[in-house]
Design a protein around this ligand. Structure first.
Ligand SMILES: Cc1cc2nc3c(=O)[nH]c(=O)nc-3n(C[C@H](O)[C@H](O)[C@H](O)COP(=O)(O)O)c2cc1C
Length: 303
């Protein structure tokens, strides 16, 4: 999980990638992601049309901080020239990688021919990706679902075509667009995609802890795991994936001992040993609550 790998000429320091999530993968989330062990972070999807019209809100998505690199900015669109133009703007803004969205299942996006609907039209998908590869010097990646309809495997055929036109890495979320987020991500398709292409593949879908992450990496041969909902509202979750549970627990334990020791030094002089014991107990309580929440118990919420 802690070895580095490459997308084109960009070194990615860990095998954990923070997923692009509209409305979630804002700059603060991405910066936290890098701090908590993600080797690569992705922006929310940015509309090529919005960039081309100079829409103020869309341009706001291109604000990039110094401490988030390496960063992939994701774009979507259905017109090759506009997508290429958007890619150039994204690179000018400082993105290390341009990612193209061929996975969004939302009707507002698919009805324009963008997002997951490009999976059904390989000719358009290749023209879109080819235009972007031509337009920029940084690596171009593509994120796909398995297909539009349930049971579709079209991403497995599209992957090698995209590789042939110069796409530097692929991400597969092996659910259909029709599935939205129901059912489960079938990572046997990820393994199949890995066997069909030479470029690195990122595995996305239902990866929520260290054991799932290591299993998916081992079973599929993917270069990295991409974490989405598992990291929402739980920035430390990426540490849970990055570090083994035992290491995580040890960190919490030694952290608590350190804090207790510091407080002991401060208060022991006052002879207030009771306060010291209370602080230790509170620390242990916080660890217990954190661990319980990680395991799905909601001790703090009502109802
Ligand atoms: C709220 C939300 C927004 C998302 N937005 C995007 C997006 O902008 N671009 C994209 O490629 N995928 C998007 N996704 C899909 C995720 O990147 C990811 O592939 C999917 O959630 C499966 O991974 P997970 O089970 O780890 O969440 C989004 C998912 C969620 C839940």
């Amino acid at each position: 999980m802690t070895t580095s790998w490459w997308i084109g000429g960009v070194e990615i320091p860990t095998r954990i990638v923070l997923a692009p999530m509209a409305g979630v993968s804002v700059q603060a989330f991405r910066r936290q992601g890098r701090r908590f062990g993600a080797g690569l972070v992705c922006s929310e999807m940015v509309s090529a049309c919005g960039l081309s019209y100079g829409n103020e809100r869309t341009l706001g998505y291109l604000r990039i901080a110094r401490d988030e690199h390496p960063l992939a900015v994701q774009i979507f669109g259905s017109q090759p020239e506009l997508l290429a133009e958007a890619a150039q703007m994204v690179v000018d803004a400082g993105a290390d990688i341009v990612d193209i969205n061929f996975g969004c299942p939302v009707r507002k996006v698919t009805k324009t021919g963008a997002g997951a609907s490009a999976l059904e039209d390989h000719d358009l998908a290749c023209r879109l990706a080819g235009a972007v590869v031509e337009a920029v010097d940084v690596p171009v990646t593509v994120k796909m679902r398995r297909g539009v309809r349930n049971g579709s495997r079209t991403a497995l055929d599209l992957g090698p075509k995209l590789e042939a036109i110069g796409v530097a890495a692929l991400t597969l979320h092996p659910r259909s667009a029709q599935q939205m987020y129901t059912g489960f991500a079938d990572h046997s398709l990820t393994a199949e995609l890995v066997s069909r292409v030479a470029v690195p593949v990122m595995a996305s879908g239902d990866i929520v802890d260290h054991s799932v992450a290591t299993r998916v990496l081992a079973d599929t041969g993917a270069a990295a795991v991409m974490i989405g909902r598992g990291a929402q509202g739980r920035p430390w979750a990426r540490w849970l994936i990055y570090l083994s549970p035992l290491m995580h627990l040890s960190l919490l334990f030694f952290g608590a001992i350190f804090i207790a020791f510091e407080l002991y030094r401060k208060y022991a002089g006052l002879g207030n040993k009771v306060r010291f014991v209370v602080v230790v107990l509170v620390n242990l309580g916080v660890i217990a609550v954190t661990r319980a929440q990680e395991r799905g118990y909601s001790l703090l919420s009502v109802g």
